[in-house]
Design a protein around this ligand. Structure first.
Ligand SMILES: *Cc1c(COP(=O)(O)O)cnc(C)c1O
Length: 420
């Protein structure tokens, strides 16, 4: 459920016509619905209310400051994967004791910052990392709370680039090695072992893989307890619940929650979840303007002012995003590729898509782009990153200014031998 709806053939975000925002801020821009974000967070938490749990929003899905702030204000936790996300998260007001830190390549400076902040736990992805964290905690006179990210070898049945829990993936540690890791962790002087973690992938549209992963994690937890005596307090099952972009039918939040709850009932643990896409994906759209129609030899192209530098998902994952007219007219249908201005054949938003005839100047909404949209954008082809706007009821607010050309060259300088 989201708050992007048509009224008299005009696309609205809550009570604001999208066309009106485009006239004020120009195109392209990302547009987020405040009411949708709040609703998604509440629905997600409600599904787990019967058990001890902590929801840590996965920052990498969307780090816009306004979005982080509104989740932080509601007592939500945060899942981070970099020092930059830690910086943003603390600035937005997330309580450090609700921050978990995942990722295979944490650097010393990043680890130190997280130790000083006093985060809830580090999700460790290798034994090397465990040793380094123990060292850094010792140096800083701190104790590091840690979980080991295990790789349960579960097939999430999603795009290969977003499967993370298979043997061949770089993430996590396999079961046997994880037990060794826990044994080692128990002996280290500056580490408190508090959790066990896994994250099997993203855009998962069945409950089965989650349940399978939990059963595997639970079996491991029991083994760790009996073999090492370590009492684990947190089971972190990561994120990964899919959303509807086109014809997917992911499990409902209740079905998803049930897959976990029925397996941890009676255990004295807190369940941590790291949802990203499911909270923000359908709370955002990308608004773009059609520039030209062009009939190629085999294909029709609709060239728009947003490209792969603004929205990478179609190029990177072959992802489907519905494309809707911002103003519906009585138009005949056409089949076309919707492409951007970038000099790459991979620069497309849609391929062989059947949609209403588009004229130059028409506004189009690329739907469900609130997750992994703006955060993956780049300045490729010296294109300034686009604006981000948030609607709340009948008001809209620019929450990130469109970059300027001056922004593009900020920080660049000439070496003396060129500076004449
Ligand atoms: C990306 C990621 C998430 C969020 O995944 P979604 O599919 O957006 O819910 C959660 N945890 C970890 C460790 C991640 O890397």
């Amino acid at each position: 459920m989201n708050h992007f709806t048509y009224r008299q053939n005009q696309l609205y975000c809550e009570d604001v016509a999208v066309q009106k925002i485009a006239a004020a801020v120009g195109t392209p821009f990302y547009l987020y619905s405040h009411a949708t974000l709040i609703r998604h967070l509440k629905a997600f938490r409600d599904a787990f209310v019967k058990i001890d749990h902590l929801v840590c929003f996965s920052a990498k899905a969307n780090t816009n400051f306004a979005i982080l702030k509104l989740f932080a204000d509601r007592g939500c936790g945060l899942d981070i994967v970099s020092g930059g996300e830690l910086y943003r998260g603390l600035k937005a007001g997330f309580a450090p004791e609700r921050i978990v830190y995942s990722g295979v390549g944490k650097r010393v400076g990043e680890i130190d910052d997280a130790l000083k902040a006093g985060i809830l736990m580090f999700n460790l992805e290798s034994v090397d990392e465990l040793k380094l964290i123990d060292q850094r905690a010792g140096k800083l006179n701190q104790r590091a709370r840690v979980a080991i990210r295990v790789n349960p070898d579960v097939d999430p049945k999603t795009h290969p680039y977003i499967s993370t829990g298979l043997k061949k993936n770089k993430f996590g540690i396999n079961t046997e090695a994880a037990i060794e890791g826990y044994r080692l962790a128990a002996r280290l002087a500056h580490v408190d072992v508090v959790g066990i973690d896994c994250h099997i992938g993203s855009q998962i549209t069945e409950a089965g893989p989650f349940e399978e992963a939990l059963q595997s994690v639970k079996a491991l937890l029991l083994r760790i307890k009996s073999e090492t005596g370590i009492d684990i307090k947190y089971i972190d099952m990561g994120g990964g619940l899919g959303i509807t972009y086109g014809d997917e039918s992911p499990p409902s939040l209740n079905e998803y929650a049930k897959a976990f709850m029925q397996n941890i009932e009676g255990m004295a643990v807190t369940l941590i979840l790291e949802p990203g896409r499911v909270l923000v994906g359908n709370a955002g759209i990308l608004v773009t303007r059609a520039l030209y129609n062009k009939d190629g030899q085999d294909k029709r192209f609709i060239i728009v002012d947003a490209g792969m530098n603004d929205l990478l998902r179609p190029t990177l994952y072959d992802a489907f995003h519905a494309i809707e007219p911002v103003v519906r007219k009585k138009a005949s249908k056409t089949v076309a590729d919707v492409v951007g201005p970038i000099c790459e054949s991979g620069d497309f938003l849609a391929v062989d898509r059947r949609l209403d005839e588009v004229n130059s100047g028409d506004l189009l909404a690329v739907m469900s782009t609130g997750a992994y949209g703006f955060v993956m954008s780049s300045n490729y082809c010296s294109r300034p990153r686009v604006a981000e706007v948030m609607v709340n009821d009948d008001q809209f607010h620019v929450v990130k200014q469109r970059e300027t050309y001056a922004d593009l060259v900020r920080g660049e300088s000439l070496p003396p031998f060129l500076d004449d």
